[in-house]
Write a protein that binds this ligand. Structure first.
Ligand SMILES: [Zn+2]
Length: 123
């Protein structure tokens, strides 16, 4: 089966529910951010068992894959120790969030390998 989806807004504080948008578009796969795109750590919503159970039930009942999109600020390719450590810690926290919600995977942009690099290095 081919999975087709996109980034969808998951701003809990704004009351947005990406599941409704996914259904309207007929998506069977989509990405959400479990926090701000510019903050390294996810929001704490995933620690709410009712919130987590709702996501798990949704994916199981609708055969939808949901991927946790890491924040853009996490640069796992950085050669600067502090930035690299922040990215690794961010990944650890987002992996915990993904596990709690039952999400299919964690997606991370690799970023640049050097500070100030103007051209991203592809893997
Ligand atoms: Zn992306």
């Amino acid at each position: 089966m081919i999975r087709v989806g996109a980034h969808l807004n998951n701003s809990v504080s704004a009351g947005q529910d990406p599941r409704q948008e996914a259904e309207a578009w007929g998506m069977n796969c989509f990405q959400i951010m479990c926090g701000s795109s510019m903050k390294p750590y996810p929001s704490t919503h995933y620690k709410d068992s009712a919130y987590a159970t709702a996501w798990q039930n949704y994916m199981r009942d609708n055969d939808v894959w949901v991927v946790n999109h890491m924040p853009y600020i996490a640069n796992i390719g950085s050669t600067e120790t502090s930035k690299w450590e922040m990215a690794v810690n961010s990944l650890i926290h987002h992996r915990r969030c993904s596990h709690a919600l039952g999400l299919s995977a964690v997606l991370i942009h690799a970023g640049c390998t050097a500070s100030g690099a103007s051209t991203p290095v592809s893997a």
